[in-house]
Design a protein. Structure first.
Lengths: 109, 121
């Protein structure tokens, strides 16, 4: 099983500033990496797939980068609605065994 | 716009069988995508349970495989989850989600709103 490790567990950032979230895979997942945003009481929402492609309707302030085992989600100029939980997910294994990171909580500083 | 809706009992007793259904609207379950179940224990992270194709082909998380059955009902445009021999550790919000297209790798792009299932005597 590929283990996904996210850091930090909690990130405190002021509105208008940039946030950088990290995700590391225990072995290469190529670019088969997605990022999700989850708010309290809601389902996860797909933000980024293919490591760097924004999903439909996702604002340009969200960007993803990386390949192999190291990935980054960057949110430029944080808006109030961006404070939430963020999960990374790999989908590169065969047979399928999708695994998620433990999440990073983005909170208001 | 594809929409998914989970339904099923919210409370069951230990050793029982969890049964949930996910109704798909705004699209066909035979569209060529795989359909997934994911769960999230209260205050914890996400765990993939398994996926099904409209043909009935399934893939399961090895850690749950002995207790899980996912099935599809094309006539009703829905798919279902059964998890047997439940314990308190199976208490979670259960989500259904649309996954990859056949023959490719892909993320989960549409999710249901989730349903809380509590296992308690």
């Amino acid at each position: 099983e590929i283990v996904m490790t996210q850091s930090p567990a909690t990130l405190s950032v002021s509105p208008g500033e940039r946030a950088t979230l990290s995700c590391r895979a225990s072995q290469s997942v190529s670019s088969s990496l997605a990022w999700y945003q989850q708010k309290p009481g809601q389902a996860p929402r797909l933000l980024i797939y293919g490591a760097s492609t924004r999903a439909t309707g996702i604002p340009a302030r969200f960007s993803g980068s990386g390949s192999g085992t190291e990935f980054t989600l960057t949110i430029s100029s944080l808006q109030s609605e961006d404070f939430a939980l963020y999960y990374c997910q790999q989908y590169n294994t065969w047979p399928p065994m999708y695994t998620f990171g433990q999440g990073t909580k983005l909170e208001i500083k | 716009q594809v929409q998914l809706q989970e339904s099923g009992p919210g409370l069951l007793k230990p050793s029982g069988t969890l049964s949930l259904t996910c109704g798909v609207s705004g699209g066909s379950i035979s569209s060529g995508n795989w359909w997934n179940w994911v769960r999230q224990p209260p205050g914890k992270g996400l765990e993939w349970i398994g996926e099904i194709y409209h043909s009935g082909t399934t893939n399961y998380n090895p850690s749950l495989k002995s207790r899980v059955t996912i099935s599809v009902d094309k006539s009703e445009n829905q798919f279902s989850l059964k998890l047997s021999s439940v314990t308190a550790a199976d208490t979670a919000v259960y989500y259904c989600a649309r996954g990859r297209s056949s023959g490719s790798y892909g993320p989960f792009d549409y999710w249901g709103q989730g349903t809380l299932v509590t296992v308690s005597s």
